[in-house]
Design a protein around this ligand. Structure first.
Ligand SMILES: [Zn+2]
Length: 135
């Protein structure tokens, strides 16, 4: 499965997909200086209910764009600890996941999915076996 590179521009703060880490920001055209230290993969597990809406992604409470159904993103990031959160509209309940990328473990593999609730849906972010991502 091909992962899309998702970056957050340090200049205009927009989250965009880019093709290579050499790309400039598609929004403001400035150089992104993408980190090549580590990467967080985020896969959105397909929903059996066929919910096609986009999930909002947040990294350390910063908006990071959206993830579509069965989409796989790769977020190049410097070494550090990150909290991954997802939300859509009024559905803001999420079991967040904290991951650390380091020289020993530069890559984190995660998935996000929606769990239907009686009153409200909630989101879950979990580690995923990289074999399932078929990278
Ligand atoms: Zn920009």
């Amino acid at each position: 499965m091909a992962a899309k590179l998702r970056i957050k521009c340090p200049h205009c703060k927009e989250a965009s997909n880019i093709h290579t880490i050499q790309d400039a920001c598609p929004e403001c055209g400035k150089p992104l200086n993408v980190s090549t230290e580590g990467c967080i993969y985020i896969y959105r597990q397909g929903s059996p209910m066929g919910v096609a809406g986009r999930f909002g992604l947040y990294i350390n409470e910063q908006p990071y764009g959206y993830i579509g159904n069965r989409e796989l993103l790769c977020l190049p990031l410097p070494f550090g600890t990150y909290v991954i959160h997802s939300a859509v509209g009024m559905s803001r309940k999420c079991r967040d996941l904290q991951v650390t990328i380091s020289p020993e473990h530069p890559t984190a593999y995660t998935k996000v999915y929606m769990r239907a609730g009686f009153w409200t849906n909630s989101f879950v972010v979990e580690p995923v076996d990289p074999k399932l991502l078929d990278l």
